[in-house]
Structures are given as structure tokens and as C-alpha cells.
Ligand binder design. Structure first.
Ligand code: HEM
Length: 562
């Protein structure tokens, strides 16, 4: 006898009442869909529809019929699991990435399959040997173009990318550095010093300062002036001035978290029209764009009036170089935004992580200070760093790079595959992991490849058993004459600045700026950390496109040891 449930289902499907008289089209359709799904489930037992079978010899995360590891990506996009932690966990899991092996995971986004290639030897193939086959692709466009523009340097591929890179590279030349960049940096360091003096000795003595925020203010103020000749008024020379909110910083931090979320969301972007976050995002984008238009408009007005443009005798600054191309106000917007992101966030975050490491490893502070005196003078009369000084301060340089290694400002990155390919591990001797038996990795057109410099910094296969320790010695060697110098580590192994044709344009600027700030602070002040608070709530990274360090507070005192 049929059960009540099944007979009422049949009744519902055959509205004529009797199941024997005629078969309803709805029943036929339902059965056809079920049979169709069953066939698809047989064809795609562990991955989304349309995704090619897993490549033999490449470990993959468990997946379900028709959806693959949808549960995994949902746990990242909506379940509170953090992508970097998840990738790292997978990388250590037996049968997945353990032993430094490549691995893949499938879900209905990012082209269906993401192959994780956390090894310098694979990166060289993807970012150099077969560079043209691995563009940023449609995901960057879909997720980022409403904020950063469709042709911003961080979003674009091909000719629009190449032309911007070529044009912008003028401001990263050595001659520009030894003049305009250096003058700007020194002026900003003097402003920072006044602020620190106020915090340590002035009427605001003992005031607690939110350190990551201070670093963001420094890098925004410096970059806006050196690239756009704009005074953005975010770095005051006294503690009270810090009360004024840094609007751009606040808005951009929020926008970045949304952009990051879009990459792992399986929901289409239009769903943002119905969410509170989407509403706030639209307001934020307006705010960011207006902020940049204020800089652009004031510059265009100056040009019209025949006034001073770059404010530098060293040559045109970044904005002038682009204005001279005859591009419109609207096309200048993405130039500004992309370069502010590059110039502000990365270096500020690296500095915030650096000082956190100094709290954990104060023994390095004394060593850094010793090396500062012969180059920049005694603490009471220490001068701001010149550009060329960075070569004379290898210990400080190595400490800064070690912080960047452990806390890379772009902690993960992905590319689309243009044509089917087999990623070959390079034979290059300077990339580590030579001893690993790494397989060639087949990838298909339309899929994605992903790597995480944050995870790679924590892989013993790449950096040795002490990979998680803060050890600046990794970047140091002594030359024939007994002089300490910074080792040239391969760009594929120390990959925080990217590699190949898209190597970070600002590597030298970031190095100089980071070292100039550290020298200015540690050379003249004691940074008093709230150890109890740091132990209770150690800073952690915030989910974003970059690697913001959660807020922590410090006090500044004049050095006690001099
Ligand atoms: C510690 C600081 C920095 C780190 C760790 C860093 C890292 C990186 C990384 C990983 C990329 C590749 C991003 C991608 O694939 O989308 C990149 C690209 C880039 N960086 Fe940096 N960066 C830093 C500072 C700077 C600074 C101060 C500037 C100055 C403007 C800058 C300018 C750029 C530009 C223009 C690109 C795009 C290059 C291209 O696609 O051709 N970076 N950077």
C-alpha cells in the first residue's frame, strides 16, 4: 500500500486526481529533472557541473556531487573561517598540501577549480615563464572595478596595464628618489618627530596612540605629497590633531573588506543592492571618489591657471605624468586610487607588524640603535634618513624585511588560466624547495591558480624549521671584508613584493620609507607597549585584500638609555 505522503505527492503531481488515467506533464518534468540530476551527479561526483575531473597526482579537498567543496567556501565567505588560516591548514593536511605539495579545491566560483601553488618553483612558471597565460582576469574586474576602476593598475591586464606601469616607473627612478622622494620623506619624518615629541615630552605626555593608525597617516600623507603634490592634512605635528578622523583611511579600510569578501562569495554582486553592507559600500565608494576628485580638480585648475604643477624640480610627479597624456578627469581617478592603495596600505601595515615583532623580540632594538649612530648621528641630534643611507643600515633593513616576510602586505593572490597548461616546477637553484619532489601541475582554461605568501612564510619546506620565528639573520651575510650586508634572496622565495613583470614598482620606496620611519622612532624614542593588553589580545590580521594589523596602542617616551 502506498504511504499517505507518497500518494499525496502523486496527487499533487497529477492534478487530475487518479494516477492511472493520464500522466501529468509536471510529473514527467520532475522525473526528467531528477534523472538529469542523477546523471550529472554520476558525471560530476565530487565537483561542480562543467568542471573537468581532478588531475591525477594532485591532491584535492573533498567535494560533493554537483557543488564540489561549496561547504568549504561558504565556511569562508559566511561562516567566519578565515581564508588564510584555511589555506594554511590545507597546506599542512596529510593527503592535501603536507610536505609542500600543490593541491586543489573546487566550488562554483573562480572558474570552478582553484589550484594552490604555494611554492617558489611554481610561481616562477606562472609569473614569468608563461606570464601571458595567467592574467588577473575577470574576477579582479568583477570584484574591484567599481572601486579601483576597470583599468587601474591592480585590475588591468595587457596594454592598459603595461602603459601605466611604463609611465609610472619614471617616479621610481633613482634620480627622482635622491631628490623629490628624499625631500618629501625627510619633511614628513620631521613632522612625525614633532608629534612624537609632543607625545613624549609635551603637554600630551603619556597619551596612548593607536599605532597602526599613525602609520597609515604617515604613509598617506607622504605618498599624496610625493606622487600628487597634495597636502591631505592627516599627519598632524601634535597629538591633539590625531582626533581628526582620517576619512580616506576609514572609507578605504571598509571598501577593502568588501572587495575581499566578493572574491570568495558565491552570490552574484547584484545581491549587494539588498544588503546593509552593500548600501554602505555605495556611500563609501562615493566618498573615496570625491576625495580623489578633490585632488585631481585642484591640480587641473592649477594647470589651467598656468601655476606650479609638481612642486618639484626633479621632474614630473605621478599625477602630472598622467595628466600630460591628455586623459580625462574620470580616467585620472583610477590612477590616483590604485596608487594610493599601493603607496599607503602596504608600507603602513608592514610598519605596524614590524613594531609588534619588536614588542615580542626587543633584543633587536638595541642592535638596530647601535647601527644608527654612526650613520645618522647620536639620538639627540639624529638626522632624518637620506635615501642612500639604507645601504649603510643592513641590520635595520634585514629586520624590516623579516617583518614583511612574516606579514606580507598582499597575503594571497590569484590568477585566471587563459589556456590549458601544465605548470612546471622551475629548476632554479635559488628558489628553495629544490629537494621537494614537486609534480607538474595541469590546469585548465578558465580555472584559477592561487598562492599565499603568508602561508609560504610559515612553510618549513621553504624557509626551514624555524620559518615561524622572527630571524633577520636570514637576510644577512658578511662579505669578504667582514662587512655585514643584506643577502639578495630570490624574488620567488622572498615573494612578498611579487615577481616577474609585475614585480612591485614601489619596493625601493617601501624599503626607504619603512626604514626611515623605524630609524626616526627607535633612534630617539622608547616605544612603551601595553604588554598586558598585547598578551590578552595579540594583534591579528583583519580580513582584507591586504593584511591590516588590528589596532594596538603605545606610548612614546624619550629614550631612557642615553
Ligand atoms: C612593504 C610594502 C609593499 C609590499 C609588500 C608590496 C607588495 C606588492 C605586491 C605583492 C604586488 C603585486 C600585487 C598584485 O598582483 O596585484 C605589488 C604591486 C605593486 N606595488 Fe607594491 N608593495 C609595497 C609597497 C609599495 C609602494 C610603497 C608602492 C608605491 C606606489 C607600490 C607600488 C606597487 C605597484 C604600482 C604595483 C603594481 C605593479 C604591477 O601590477 O605591475 N608598492 N606590490
Amino acid at each position: 500500500m502506498p504511504s499517505l505522503a507518497s500518494s499525496s505527492l502523486i496527487d499533487w503531481l497529477s492534478p487530475g486526481g487518479s494516477s492511472s488515467s493520464s500522466v501529468s506533464p509536471l510529473l514527467v518534468l520532475t522525473l526528467a529533472i531528477l534523472v538529469g540530476l542523477a546523471i550529472l551527479a554520476i558525471l560530476y561526483p565530487d565537483r561542480p557541473i562543467g568542471v573537468a575531473p581532478h588531475a591525477p597526482g594532485i591532491n584535492h579537498w573533498k567535494g560533493y556531487p554537483l557543488v564540489g567543496s561549496l561547504d568549504w567556501i561558504l565556511s569562508v565567505s559566511h561562516g567566519g573561517n578565515r581564508l588564510l588560516d584555511e589555506i594554511f591548514l590545507m597546506q599542512k593536511t596529510e593527503g592535501m598540501g603536507a610536505g609542500g605539495q600543490p593541491m586543489s579545491v573546487t566550488f562554483p566560483a573562480l572558474g570552478g577549480r582553484v589550484t594552490v601553488i604555494n611554492n617558489p618553483r611554481y610561481l616562477e612558471w606562472v609569473q614569468k615563464t608563461n606570464f601571458d597565460n595567467y592574467p588577473k582576469g575577470p574576477d579582479f574586474h568583477r570584484c574591484m572595478s567599481d572601486v579601483l576602476g576597470p583599468h587601474g593598475i591592480f585590475v588591468a591586464d595587457g596594454a592598459p596595464w603595461f602603459q601605466q606601469r611604463k609611465l609610472a616607473s619614471h617616479i621610481f627612478s633613482r634620480s627622482f628618489f635622491s631628490s623629490h622622494v628624499q625631500d618629501t620623506m625627510k619633511a614628513e619624518v620631521v613632522k612625525l618627530d614633532k608629534l612624537l615629541l609632543d607625545a613624549s615630552d609635551g603637554k600630551c605626555k603619556g597619551e596612548k596612540i593607536q599605532f597602526p593608525d599613525l602609520m597609515f597617516r604617515f604613509t598617506l600623507s607622504t605618498f599624496a605629497f610625493l606622487a600628487f603634490n597634495a597636502e591631505v592634512d592627516v599627519l598632524p605635528d601634535n597629538v591633539d590633531g590625531l582626533q581628526k578622523v582620517n576619512e580616506f583611511g576609514r572609507d578605504f579600510d571598509f571598501a577593502q573588506t568588501v572587495l575581499d569578501h566578493r572574491f570568495v562569495s558565491v552570490l552574484p554582486k547584484w545581491t549587494e543592492w539588498f544588503t546593509k553592507e552593500g548600501h554602505q559600500m555605495r556611500k563609501t565608494i562615493n566618498g573615496l571618489h570625491n576625495y580623489c576628485y578633490r585632488i585631481i580638480d585642484s591640480r587641473l585648475e592649477r594647470k589651467k591657471a598656468g601655476g606650479e604643477m609638481s612642486g618639484t624640480k626633479a621632474g614630473k610627479d605621478l599625477l602630472e605624468l598622467f595628466i600630460d597624456q591628455g586623459i580625462s578627469r574620470e580616467e585620472l581617478l583610477p590612477v590616483l586610487l590604485n596608487f594610493i592603495v599601493a603607496g599607503r596600505d602596504t608600507t603602513a601595515q608592514s610598519l605596524a607588524w614590524f613594531f609588534y615583532e619588536m614588542w615580542k623580540h626587543p633584543e633587536h632594538i638595541a642592535k638596530i640603535r647601535q647601527t644608527l649612530v654612526p650613520v645618522l648621528g647620536a639620538p639627540n641630534e639624529q638626522r632624518p634618513m637620506d635615501f642612500e643611507d639604507y645601504k649603510e643600515l643592513p641590520y635595520l633593513h634585514a629586520c624590516f624585511y623579516e617583518a614583511i616576510r612574516l606579514w606580507p602586505a598582499v597575503p594571497k593572490n590569484a590568477k585566471r588560466v587563459l589556456k590549458d597548461d601544465i605548470i612546471q616546477p622551475s629548476a632554479s637553484k635559488d628558489a628553495s624547495g629544490d629537494s621537494l619532489n614537486l609534480p607538474p601541475v595541469p590546469v585548465r582554461k578558465g580555472e584559477s591558480v592561487l598562492w599565499s605568501d603568508w602561508a609560504m612564510a610559515r612553510m618549513p619546506e621553504i624557509w626551514g624549521e624555524d620559518c615561524e620565528d622572527f630571524k633577520p639573520e636570514r637576510f644577512l651575510e658578511t662579505d669578504g671584508g667582514g662587512k655585514m650586508k643584506v643577502v639578495e634572496v630570490s624574488q620567488w622565495k622572498f615573494h612578498a613584493f611579487n615577481g616577474g613583470p609585475r614585480l612591485c614598482l614601489g619596493k625601493l620606496l617601501a624599503t626607504y620609507e619603512g626604514m626611515a620611519v623605524i630609524a626616526a622612532i627607535l633612534g630617539r624614542y622608547d616605544v612603551v607597549f601595553d604588554s598586558e593588553d598585547l598578551q590578552r589580545n595579540p594583534p591579528t590580521y583583519q580580513d582584507s585584500l591586504t593584511l591590516p594589523c588590528s589596532p594596538y596602542w603605545v606610548q612614546f617616551e624619550k629614550r631612557q638609555d642615553i
